[in-house]
Design a protein around this ligand. Structure first.
Ligand SMILES: [Zn+2]
Length: 225
């Protein structure tokens, strides 16, 4: 493939939000710099972008933005790139012998589209069938949050959540559905305010259509308090 064609393909992948792998593409030297060193470098990069746009960074309102954005990138919205921030695997024995499906639904999700660096906002729904190990409920929220705090494509995020829970729970029987809005679609480009994207990953028993249907029916339940 010639360079122009390759670039065009990459561009189209970006526009269509297609990802190339289930792993987040990272360089081998990704963690040679400390967070503090990264913040210092990114701060200068953000300052350059703003200055190139013609903004006056001596203005009181703009002065702190480069530092604020750099800290937010490294410590918050892309903080899930660092393996040190991965939630610890605390599991318990399934003492109740509850061998039915457990569903944790309506987990709020904030992520960032890796093609435009604009927000992805939505909900994740997760289910698993215990084979003897269970996790605390908040653990599932924390796993969603960890993988969401990366530049992402929704398909990869869905797969990463399932893969992680399969490892933690030591079973293939894990499923995840994500329904999310991408601000790159909703607020720019085609400006489709109402559209949302649904992705799903069904492992083990969830490949069976009855089990899958049970999970999807639980998601549809209107939770009343
Ligand atoms: Zn995008």
């Amino acid at each position: 493939m010639d360079l122009e064609k390759t670039l065009k393909t990459i561009e189209e992948m970006g526009d269509d939000h297609i990802s190339s792998s289930s792993e987040t593409p990272m360089r081998p030297d990704a963690f040679e710099l400390s967070d503090i060193e990264k913040i210092a470098l990114i701060k200068e990069d953000v300052r350059n972008i703003m200055e190139t746009l013609g903004l006056d960074l001596s203005d009181d309102s703009l002065k702190g933005t480069p530092n604020r954005v750099a800290k937010m990138f490294v410590q918050e919205i892309f903080g899930g790139l660092h393996p040190n921030r991965k939630p610890k695997a605390s599991t318990f024995d399934n003492k109740y012998k509850y061998n039915e499906m457990l569903v944790e639904k309506n987990i709020t999700l904030y992520s960032t589209c890796e093609h435009h660096l604009l927000p992805i906002v939505g909900q994740a729904h997760i289910a698993y069938i215990s084979n003897g190990t269970v996790v605390g409920l908040s653990k599932m929220n924390r796993i969603v949050d960890y993988y969401a705090k990366r530049p992402q494509v929704q398909e990869r995020l869905t797969m990463q959540i399932v893969k992680e829970l399969q490892q933690v729970l030591n079973t293939e029987d894990v499923a995840c559905v994500i329904d999310a809005k991408h601000l790159c679609v909703n607020s720019r480009g085609i400006r489709d305010i109402d559209s949302s994207t649904v992705t799903s990953e069904f492992g083990g028993a969830f490949k069976n259509s009855d089990t899958r249907k049970e999970f999807l029916d639980y998601i549809k339940l209107d939770t009343k308090f």
